[in-house]
Design a protein around this ligand. Structure first.
Ligand SMILES: Cc1cc2nc3c(=O)[nH]c(=O)nc-3n(C[C@H](O)[C@H](O)[C@H](O)COP(=O)(O)O)c2cc1C
Length: 205
């Protein structure tokens, strides 16, 4: 019996996408099946055309399917990712989640595990508030929030991303900064942990 975990995210420049790739690896390590989807963009074409960074970000994620609402149904676990926007999730992800009232009404997400991740430019620029703000939606869905416990040593020593509320990445102003080893480990750990908990909840063991 496969454990299907949906990774649903938005990424303008590709940083949140890079995290999603590591999280998918963690899901596989735990024997799960990662399903990667990006939410539809809301940016007008003229904004994209003028910005080489956005074009590059789109190019690296061109093979990821755009999510439809049906992707949210019948999954064993969920991991949602967004860039930090003024300490909150981006409008693209919120817009998508704002279309899910009918899924909420039929208790689609009740009792399902969910993990969260975010990418920000600055280390104290609102990663934690973004993750916590995203949690409010998840609690309305009736989901079981899966964080990152301090048993993972990288959480103690990281000089970049990684929080007990979820995985994170800091670009320090370099739009295309690669994830460092701590950030990668924390992303993989989150993917693994959501999968392991999803398996237990599914089988009741
Ligand atoms: C409108 C807007 C608001 C942002 N707000 C914040 C912020 O509050 N704190 C921060 O550290 N970075 C902020 N950023 C920077 C992004 O979070 C950062 O570039 C992130 O790594 C982008 O991820 P992406 O490449 O997946 O789109 C903001 C960027 C934009 C465009």
């Amino acid at each position: 019996m496969e454990t299907n975990i949906l990774i649903l995210y938005y990424s303008m420049f590709g940083n949140t996408y890079k995290m999603a790739i590591e999280i998918a690896e963690g899901i596989r390590e735990a024997g799960g099946n990662p399903i990667l989807r990006k939410v539809p963009d809301l940016l007008p074409d003229e904004v994209v055309e003028k910005n080489e960074g956005i074009k590059k970000g789109r190019e690296i994620q061109k093979d990821v399917p755009v999510a439809t609402l049906s992707d949210l149904e019948n999954k064993d676990g969920y991991i949602f990712g967004s860039p930090t926007r003024y300490g909150n999730m981006c409008s693209q992800l919120r817009n998508f989640l704002d279309q899910t009232g009918y899924l909420w009404a039929k208790n689609e997400f009740v009792g399902k595990p969910v993990g969260l991740f975010t990418s920000s430019q600055t280390i104290h620029g609102g990663q934690e508030t973004t993750l916590i703000n995203m949690m409010v939606n998840m609690l309305h869905y009736g989901m079981i929030i899966v964080g990152v416990p301090y048993e993972l040593k990288n959480l103690q020593t990281t000089k970049s991303g990684g929080t007990p509320y979820g995985a994170s990445h800091v670009t320090f102003g370099d739009t295309f900064k690669e994830l460092d080893d701590d950030e990668k480990t924390i992303c993989r750990y989150l993917g693994k942990r959501v999968t392991e908990i999803a398996k237990k909840l599914k089988t009741g063991e």
